[in-house]
Design a protein around this ligand. Sequence first.
Ligand code: AMP
Length: 216
Amino acid sequence: MKKNMIIMGPPGAGKGTQAKKIIASYHIPHISTGDMFREAIAEGTPLGLLAKQYINAGNLVPDDVTIGLVKERLSKDDCANGYLLDGFPRTIPQAEALEKLTKEIGREISIVISIDTPKEELIRRITGRLVCKKCGAPFHKENRRPLKEGVCDLCGGELVQRPDDNKEALEVRLAHYEQETKPLLDFYHKLGLLHTLDGMKGVDALMIDIDKLLEA
Ligand code: AMP
């Protein structure tokens, strides 16, 4: 059973949604660097203040900050029986640092799943995306509307648009993905860890593919 995982893909590919399904099935911690930064921003910590300026403009938070954060998190006891990294690594230096640190702590990556989704679909998903402020559940202005406008169906929390889910910031995020993150596909392909799945399939169909890969 492969339980030390990375889920990759451009913004809007469905990483977060799929990650929630995976952690529910496999009972492993979900390590999303984006979520960690958003929590730090909400709490107004020094990390949050630093991260906010990069995130809201669609830029990447500097590698040293992000790598330090992940190093600390992956070393915790709850990652001993597996973990799911979502949104990390996003650059080659991050991937190299991750190789080194997972070897040091004996928690090497066993599989990398990349979700491939066409650009027009990413733009449609991101610009219409709403998320619950309280539980993080995703909705969409057109094709996954909440029962009551502005209110989360699951927990009653307020639905908001992420400050970086606008067209300008999205263009910057997509450009970072193309230039800095896409080369990681080759990096993990060479390590024999990469599996690419079709992001247009739908969450449940994708989960069937993922189950097969993890259990292979
Ligand atoms: P996400 O929720 O994964 O889309 O991440 C939101 C934002 O957080 C990104 O656009 C970046 O500004 C920042 N971020 C998240 N993960 C990383 C990372 N691994 N390296 C640098 N910046 C990151």
